[in-house]
Design a protein around this ligand. Structure first.
Ligand SMILES: C[S@@+](CC[C@H](N)C(=O)[O-])C[C@H]1O[C@@H](n2cnc3c(N)ncnc32)[C@H](O)[C@@H]1O
Length: 275
């Protein structure tokens, strides 16, 4: 696999980074040896890690498409990751080419790579922003150029909130973001869990991320549910509310028998609507 040639300011090739580990698990090429080594160390104890990444990506795409099909025409994708197959704008543009998408990620390499691909597209913006700093993200001029906060928005936060420590109060942060959105907006959330997982696998997962640019914070079902306080959980089966947390593969799956997998069960997910 070739090394990445264009390195953004402050990208440290010697330290594994979540965006690049995930890119490697999704068979991308924007990753370094340190990222591949980190992924392989976890895979030694969690052989379903690649499946977990694909289950998450599948949820992200199904959720974005479903939200667009509900009539939402503007999206904010926080912790968007490196450009990959089936990016958010690709998915929602299949529903309506007029959809507007703002990507935000705190990894400088994400902005560099995404900007290189998307610079000419007026419907898409990429900002470098940290989920833990909602004031800066929500006020960013490039975000404001595309997002009209008087209209419903699709907010995507998939596989990112587990990089926020309890001390940063992710529950307050989620309330701040969803509180900024118009009624009728949607949030798509997925979050890694250590519920029912082998302790040695969990310990190795945490150890690997101790040396990464962001640390891992698994959460239990009640703690993930609490991130959705005040919102109605929805899905294709429960479009008007009354849904529940699913495993990543199950949300919006056509066949629940086929969607269940060990990898999927590392991630709780939900789509929730603001009333
Ligand atoms: C596992 S990837 C998920 C990518 C995409 N959301 C998906 O689900 O397919 C996690 C992404 O979150 C980003 N990230 C981690 N902590 C963040 C933070 N505090 N603010 C913004 N982005 C963050 C990482 O750089 C990485 O790109």
């Amino acid at each position: 696999m070739s090394e990445v040639h264009q390195v953004a300011d402050r990208a440290d090739p010697g330290r594994p980074a979540p965006a690049r580990i995930y890119d490697y698990l999704l068979s991308g090429t924007n990753n370094f040896q340190a990222d591949r080594d980190a992924a392989e160390r976890i895979t030694a104890l969690v052989p379903e890690l690649r499946d977990c990444a694909w289950a998450n990506r599948g949820f992200h795409q199904r959720a974005a498409k479903w939200i667009a099909q509900r009539g939402i025409r503007q999206f904010i994708d926080i912790g968007s990751g490196l450009p990959t197959v089936g990016n958010t704008h690709d998915v929602v543009h299949q529903v309506d080419p007029g959809c507007r998408v703002v990507y935000a990620d705190n990894d400088p390499m994400v902005r560099e790579h995404a900007t290189a691909i998307l610079d000419d597209d007026e419907r898409v913006r990429v900002i470098q922003g940290d989920l833990r700093d909602p004031g800066s993200v929500l006020a960013h001029p490039d975000l404001r150029a595309l997002i009209d906060f008087s209209q419903p928005t699709g907010l995507l936060m998939t596989a990112v909130v587990h990089f926020v420590a309890d001390e940063s109060d992710p529950w307050r942060l989620l309330a701040r973001y969803t509180g900024a959105l118009a009624p009728g907006s949607y949030l798509a959330l997925s979050h890694l869990t250590d519920d029912h997982k082998p302790p040695r696998a969990v310990a190795e997962f945490l150890r690997v991320f101790d040396h990464a640019t962001e640390q891992m914070h698994f959460r239990s079902r009640p703690d993930v549910e609490r991130l959705l306080t005040g919102l109605d959980l929805v899905s294709p089966r429960h479009p008007d509310g009354g849904g529940q947390l699913d495993y990543a593969g199950d949300w919006g799956a056509e066949d629940l028998g086929l969607s269940d997998s060990d990898g999927s069960r590392w991630l709780y997910c939900a789509v929730a609507r603001r009333h």
